[in-house]
Design a protein. Structure first.
Length: 255
């Protein structure tokens, strides 16, 4: 159901958090302080509540568990018109692992039911400068193994559903290192550089500050490792695209 924001426009309400094993909740009943309870959802997905015994909580939203406890108190004639409030104190049941080239890798709680990939990456501090544009998500969906590779660069500007997938409990989000190209020899700034998408030999040399006075384009070579592991030495055109791991070497001019 949409709600109005301060400007009068409407936006959808995010789905409620779904309780999972390990979550800690606090239950309060209006004007019944003796029924206040802070408890952890067991591995079986239940809590033990005064007067009601075992109450299923795992897999239920906060509103659903509030209604279930209120119904139990009412039908058992314990409280006439119970007003039950449930607060999630600690989120432990629904978590995602964010690993690889992010600024704060670790395990994070999914605090809402429809957490998106962008939400999770933001909590992990965003992708590090050394991170690739492609994010891999591994988990299960419908009891079956699930794997998705999301190209963040291409998904920008597209519909949210195309690239900003939903993250669920147990998912692992992996960000590999960015592809690199290595430049050395007669260039102004030798070293390792991020290989931007479609980067050509000329663009790579520009990234390295260009040739020195002793450098020559005729002496330019690219060392590239093939699928068999052997290194090939190529004499590329300036507009030729480079590949991950390429080593660009600029020889010194003899004249």
């Amino acid at each position: 159901m949409p709600v109005a924001n301060a400007q009068g426009a409407t936006q959808p309400v995010r789905n409620e958090y779904v309780l999972g094993s390990g979550d800690v909740i606090r239950v309060t009943v209006y004007q019944n302080p003796d029924l206040t309870l802070e408890t952890r959802v067991s591995e079986a997905g239940v809590i033990s509540y005064p007067l009601l015994g075992s109450v299923k909580a795992g897999g239920l939203s906060v509103t659903q568990i509030e209604n279930r406890i209120a119904e139990g108190l009412r039908t058992g004639n314990f409280v006439k018109q119970p007003q039950v409030t449930v607060l999630v104190v600690q989120v432990r049941g629904n978590q995602v692992s964010v690993l690889g080239q992010v600024n704060k890798p670790g395990r994070y709680p999914l605090e809402v039911a429809d957490s998106k990939l962008s939400d999770v990456l933001a909590v992990a501090g965003g992708i590090a400068p050394s991170g690739a544009d492609v994010v891999t998500v591994v988990g299960t969906r419908g009891g079956q193994p699930f794997r998705a590779e999301i190209d963040l660069a291409r998904s920008v500007g597209q519909a949210r559903a195309n690239g900003d997938i939903q993250i669920v409990n147990g998912d692992v989000v992996w960000i590999d290192r960015a592809p690199m190209v290595y430049i050395y020899g007669e260039v102004q700034r030798a070293g390792a550089f991020r290989l931007e998408r479609g980067m050509t030999v000329m663009q790579a040399l520009a990234t390295g500050g260009g040739l020195t006075l002793r450098g020559t384009e005729k002496g330019l070579r690219v060392h590239r490792r093939g699928a068999d592991g052997k290194v090939q030495i190529l004499q590329p055109q300036m507009d030729e695209a480079l590949r991950d791991g390429d080593v660009v070497y600029v020889k010194e001019s003899l004249f």
